[in-house]
Structure formats: C-alpha cells, structure tokens
Design a protein around this ligand. Sequence first.
Ligand code: FAD
Ligand code: SF4
Length: 517
Amino acid sequence: CRHLVLVLGDQLDAAGPALRDLDPTRDRVWMCEAVEESTHVPSHKARILLFLSAMRHFREALETAGVSVHYRALDAEADPSLAAGLAAAIRVLRPERLILTEPGEHRVLSALQGVAEASAVPLEIRPDAHFICSRTEFDRWAAGRKGLRLEHFYRHLRKREGILMEGPSDAAQPVGGQWNLDQENRKSFGRQGPGMVPEPIGFPSDVITRDLIAVIERRFPDAPGNLERFDWPVTAAQARAALADFIRNRLAAFGPWQDAMWTGEPYLYHARISAALNLKLLDPRTAIDAAISAFEANQAPLASVEGFVRQILGWREYVRGIYWREGPVYLESNALEAHRPLPNFYWTGKTDYACLEASIGQVLEYGYGHHIQRLMVTGLFVLLLGVAPREVHSWYLAMFVDAVEWVEAPNVIGMSQYADGGLLASKPYVATGQYINRMSNYCRHCRYDPKEAVGESACPFTTLYWDFLDRHRDRFANHPRTALQWRNLARLEPERLGAIRRQAEVLRGDLASGGNG
Ligand code: FAD
Ligand code: SF4
C-alpha cells in the first residue's frame, strides 16, 4: 500500500491527524490489540475491555466508511507486542510510508520508531490535535521559568483561548472577576450524606463487547477487577451522550462536591468522561464548550463550570506538557527515597481500613475512583508509608479504566507521591485521617479512630502522617508552604513522638509481611 496509517488504542478519532488525508483506494489502517504493551503488571479487566471494545467499534466504523483495516486481534494469534505486530504488517503490506499521530507514551514512540528504522520505511509523526496546547507550545511556555505552576499555565491558556474571559481582548479579565473559585468548592456532605445523586448514564454491552468479555475471562482469568458493572462509553456517540448526561444532571453540583466521598457512591457529581477523552472518543474542546454553554444558559453556577474547565484546560493539558518535557527519566523519580513494597491488599481490597477498603473495592468493581479517592486515600496512604513510586505508578496504570501513561504518571509520581521533588506539586499532599473523616463517611464504618495516632484504635493515616513529618523534617521544616505542619510536629512531646515512631514501625512491619495493620 501507499501509506500504512497506524492507529493506536488511544487514538480513536476518525478525524484525527493521521487519518486526515487517508485515501481508501491506496492506503490502509493498521491496528493491533497488544494488551500487555501498556503495563507490566496485569491490567484491570475493565481497562482491557474498554480499550479493546473501543478499538473494535472504531475498526467497524472505519470499515463501514470503506477504509481497509489491517487488524491484529488478540484472540486470533499469539500475543504480539506492538513492535512485532507492526514489523509483521510491514512485511506483508510493504508500505511506502508509515503515518502516526504522536503516541501517549515514550516507550511506544521509541518502539514504533525502532521498527520503522529497522524496516527502512519512513515514519511521519503528526502532532496530536486532541490537545489544546501542543508540546512545542508547552515547552515555549515553560522555558526559563523557575517553577512550572499549574495556576500560571492555566491562566495563560485561558487568556490565549479566551475561555471564560470578558472585556476587550488586550485587557480581558476572568468572568466573575476571579481566576479561582475553589473556596466555594471543597464541601463535604456532613452527617446527612449526599441524598439522591442522579444515576449516570451507562451503556449496555453490545455483541462486540460481549464477545470480548468471553475472550478476556478466558485469556486473563487472574487479572484484577471484574466486568459485571462494565458500562463505559466505547464509541464517540456514546461519549457525547455521557458528556451531555453529565452537563444536564451533575455539572451544577460538580464544584461544591468535587472533593467529597461517600460509601457506595462511586461517581457522585463527577463527569465519568476521562476514559473517553483519553481514548480520543471525545475532544476536550467539546467538553469545555458544553460546560460554558450550560453556564451561559444559567444551568450551572460559575464555581462548578470554572472548576470543571480548570480540570480539563488546566490540569489535563498541564500534566501532558510535564510528561513530555521531563522525558522517560521522570518515571524513575524518587525524591523522598521511598523503597517499600505496595501492600498486598491494593490488589484485593481486603483490609479493615474502611476508607481503603471502599476506595480499592470501588476500583476493583468499576475501574474508577474519583480524584480525591486517588489523591487523598489510595495515594496518600502509600506516600505516608514510603512505598516505591515506581510500584505505585504500576498499580495506578493497571487499575483505572482511564489510565494512560502521559496523564497517570505526572499525577502519581508528581502530584500524589511528590517523587519529583516538587516540580508539579508545590508541597506534598499529606494529611491525617481527620481529613478523610471530614470529607467522607468512611471513618464512621471503621474500627480505627482518625484522631488517634497511638494505641489499638490508632488510624494508620494519622500515625504515618506524624511519622512522615518526622522522617522528612530536614527537607520540609523550612519550606514556606509546609512550615505550619512541621511547627506542629515540633510541638509534640518527645514521649509521644517516640510512641508514634514505635507504632509506625510495627505498622510497617505488619504491612510488609502481608497484613493490613
Ligand atoms: P472529573 O472529576 O469529572 O473531571 C473532569 C475531567 O477533568 C476528567 O475527565 C479529566 O479528563 C480531567 N481531569 C481532572 N483532574 C485531572 C488531573 N489531575 N489530571 C488530568 N486530568 C484531570 N486521570 C486520567 O485520565 N488517567 C489517569 O490515569 C489518572 N490517574 C490519576 C492518578 C492520581 C494519583 C490522581 C490524583 C489523579 C489521576 N487522574 C487521572 C486525574 C483524575 O483523578 C481523573 O481524571 C478523574 O478522576 C477522572 O474522572 P472523571 O472523568 O469523572 O473526572
Ligand atoms: Fe481510614 Fe483512618 Fe478513617 Fe479508618 S479511621 S476510615 S483508616 S481514615
């Protein structure tokens, strides 16, 4: 063929850059189900299913439009790696040129470049149009800056794109006069709970998905997670329906309850669109525009709309810029020199720490946890414990349906584990169990007490929090944004600190030997 257009599992947009000038009479599309490519530990069944089902639906749509797809299916032959699969396709199809949209992972990019080189076929890599800020623009913004703070980047993009801005273009101001409305958000549900949360729209499995469920259960019986609840969008039309459902039924309450958690409520007022965005079934601009239209129609308050735009225009674009700018060495960061193993219960959810049982149990069941569960429950615990960031990274990459390395790694290694030494987060996100108690109802169902750091009912978060401050005293005691926490540490009686240290030591020993504390 003339061009062999490579479409990876997270590039499922028929209008994407690589497919733009496809000539169905001379070109072919290559797709390959290489499940073990994206993670070195077994992936959650729902994550495998989501990728494969979305790929097969995409293939069907292309073929219906008259495009010829060279598709290497998982169940048809021995598992190929992406590289082996591509090399085999090149031998058969003898393309003049390979066309690829830039992938979302360093390793995939170099593997495909390696095959092209070895096969002596030119490889054309096109920028990914699904991002509002290109990699080059991000690097330009970052060049010469001392710190790469989200807030600065977000304001820069909002001005440049004229999103939620008002007034003359040379002196535009944020709508409502403020850039950040977080102080109106961050509420908890108090004792009464969230009441009736609108059930998000789900998408029942069709024949493609059902066939794949059988394949996955047969091929990966021991993979974590289950498929009973699988109802994620797997086509662009479903992704648009998921977005519309969120805008209509949950956006208005998104802002205030962004950080709240509640047993048995996996989604609350969150959008549930990250996987669709990451697979490119949905464009981030469509999501932002829909939220702004709801604001303009008085269907959602500014705090919720700005909060949502901040996540997509701000955080999502920012972490992608960081991922590519820092390069593969970023994955090896370990500024706090954490080397402990991941507790075994992260793979089973079997623990009597109620918050972790709920958050991990939910991930096993749905492949989903919302931001605060990821950051302040599953992430916080391993940060305080001192687990090796690389192990934490592997767990997050495997367990969430929306996990793709460019977004997962900066969130885990930078934001959650502070392993990049503060490049992404200005301070480590550390707290005692009291934070979890304030933001959820988990502690009410727990045999531990979030106020206690020592003794039989000591909350492991609270014990390990003080122990973390103690262990990292030298690094943070004079840090301007964390000084208060460390001043509180300095106020602890020496005997109490000694007891906390001993309790932490016993806890770490228990966890290392497979216990849950
Ligand atoms: P909502 O809470 O409704 O937010 C709307 C959208 O904003 C999301 O769909 C997402 O696209 C974007 N967004 C929100 N926060 C972030 C963020 N911190 N970084 C980038 N985009 C953001 N997101 C992933 O897509 N894949 C991951 O593998 C991933 N791993 C994470 C690991 C940790 C430790 C943490 C703290 C966060 C991680 N996130 C990840 C970010 C965030 O938690 C998810 O995007 C969000 O929970 C997805 O659910 P939602 O669509 O309901 O999002
Ligand atoms: Fe989690 Fe501690 Fe609360 Fe138990 S007491 S739910 S371990 S924060």
